[in-house]
Design a protein around this ligand. Sequence first.
Ligand code: COA
Length: 155
Amino acid sequence: MQLLVRKAELKDVKTICEILQVYANQQIVLARDEADITYYLKNFSVCEVDGIVRGCVALRDFGNELMEVRSLAVNENFKGMGIGRAMLNFLIEKVKKEKKDVRIFALTYQDKFFQKMGFHVVEKELFPEKIWADCEKCPKKHHCDEIAVLLEIKN
Ligand SMILES: CC(C)(COP(=O)(O)OP(=O)(O)OC[C@H]1O[C@@H](n2cnc3c(N)ncnc32)[C@H](O)[C@@H]1OP(=O)(O)O)[C@@H](O)C(=O)NCCC(=O)NCCS
């Protein structure tokens, strides 16, 4: 099994949308349509398994040394094969090369997965940027039960 993580391209938009939709239907990730994914394409990376895109992730830069992992998803049939780890490592390595001190957070139900990747659980209220940017659109905005996780990268 050959894994390749790379920056997303226009040809990936439809597949990214399909991968996310499955979990958006379960209210695990925020729904994103093709226009939205295309607009924010430069934030996205994908993981190919034997040449076919099976996972995606986006990294949003809030501009003040704060970044968010979002839209992280692996095709149902390909979970548990290291794709999530490969994508997060790709982002972390990229950030380490580019920035000095950076905090990367996520709001998730997969805190155990993130903890394996070196993140630790923190209070959601640490990230007001997120609240203003996305929560308004979220169906769970008045009963958010996601867990905030944070990775601090110091160079
Ligand atoms: C969460 C998700 C991205 C993980 O990706 P994945 O490719 O299945 O995970 P990996 O195979 O890379 O796992 C890496 C490690 O985390 C562990 N792990 C993965 N999911 C886990 C979970 N739900 N609970 C506990 N450990 C988990 C794996 O066992 C592995 O540990 P190991 O090396 O000790 O065996 C994937 O399961 C997914 O798409 N879930 C649905 C969408 C979602 O919840 N996205 C997160 C939104 S922020």
